[in-house]
Write a protein that binds this ligand. Structure first.
Ligand SMILES: CC(C)(COP(=O)(O)OP(=O)(O)OC[C@H]1O[C@@H](n2cnc3c(N)ncnc32)[C@H](O)[C@@H]1OP(=O)(O)O)[C@@H](O)C(=O)NCCC(=O)NCCS
Length: 246
């Protein structure tokens, strides 16, 4: 039986979910709670997950997955019934969002469309990310494995994140790497992800210079005129502004 305490908790969660949409979705300004509940897929998915999660926790078979799969058909958002969601989760647009079985999401987290909180393979046990409070995850970002995304972090659209993210960091790219931590560019020898050494170009340059030397020797021995040897240009500039500031 549902007690008064449970009803109060559900009402509080619902209020917080609706506030999250009003706060974080400019398109929801001026839209009433009834319209949000009827037409915002992110809210629908979170609400139905809360029901599926409670039914799953009660050990009832079939129903939790049925709720989850019906919600996916309706909203394009697939959340495993066992996943743990905090309060104030806002999923914008929704389509293509996948939240795995052992994922944990803290309070006031924002997910855009196409976000995956997934596993890296066939491992069992805790295999999905833990996302702490106030994290924003951009559209298309893939967060894979039992990693932790620190409080207040931002994950750029289309990033692929496979390692822990420090609190208050901005992570972009594939593989995802911090470009800001506490609002400052990371510094140090490993911070420049753009101007990396190019071992293939270096090997080709070495070979070209040896061929040039051989051609000169052959020309001298045969009394002919040495041809200018082929010049190898680097594939990208070695110098330039460091996007990570290091
Ligand atoms: C990452 C993001 C949250 C911005 O965070 P921020 O802390 O304000 O960071 P900045 O805008 O200062 O960008 C930091 C650096 O990352 C780069 N960057 C930002 N977003 C990026 C992305 N998605 N992919 C690659 N690089 C990105 C910026 O160019 C900048 O580079 P610089 O250091 O050379 O100047 C934002 O760019 C983003 O991707 N948001 C997702 C929004 C979204 O999915 N919207 C969908 C709405 S439907």
């Amino acid at each position: 039986m549902l007690g008064l305490g449970t009803l109060a908790r559900v009402a509080n969660e619902l209020r917080r979910d609706i506030t999250a949409v009003h706060d974080r979705d400019p398109a929801a300004r001026g839209v009433g709670p009834a319209e949000l509940l009827a037409t915002w897929p992110g809210i629908q998915a979170v609400l139905s997950h809360r029901v599926a999660h409670a039914v799953h926790g009660a050990g009832i078979p079939l129903l939790p997955r049925s709720i989850s799969i019906a919600t996916r058909a309706l909203t394009g958002i697939e959340i495993h019934p066992a996943a743990r969601l905090g309060q104030g989760l806002f999923i914008d647009h929704g389509s293509g969002v996948v939240v795995g079985e052992t994922a944990q999401i803290g309070d006031d987290v924002t997910l855009y469309q196409g976000v995956t909180l997934g596993g890296t393979g066939f491992a069992t046990g805790k295999r999905h990310p833990t996302v702490q409070d106030n994290v924003t995850i951009g559209s298309g970002a893939k967060l894979l494995g039992p990693i932790t995304i620190g409080h207040g972090a931002k994950i750029g659209a289309n990033s692929v994140v496979i390692t822990d993210v420090p609190p208050n960091a901005t992570v972009v790219g594939n593989p995802g790497h911090p470009v800001r931590v506490d609002g400052r560019r990371p510094e140090g020898p490993d911070a420049d992800w753009i101007h990396l050494p190019d071992p293939v170009a270096e090997a080709i340059t070495g070979l070209a210079s040896r061929i040039g030397a051989l051609e000169r020797s052959v020309s001298e021995l045969s009394g002919g005129r040495a041809q200018p040897s082929a010049k190898v240009r680097p594939l990208r500039p070695i110098r330039g502004p460091n996007p990570a500031g290091g």
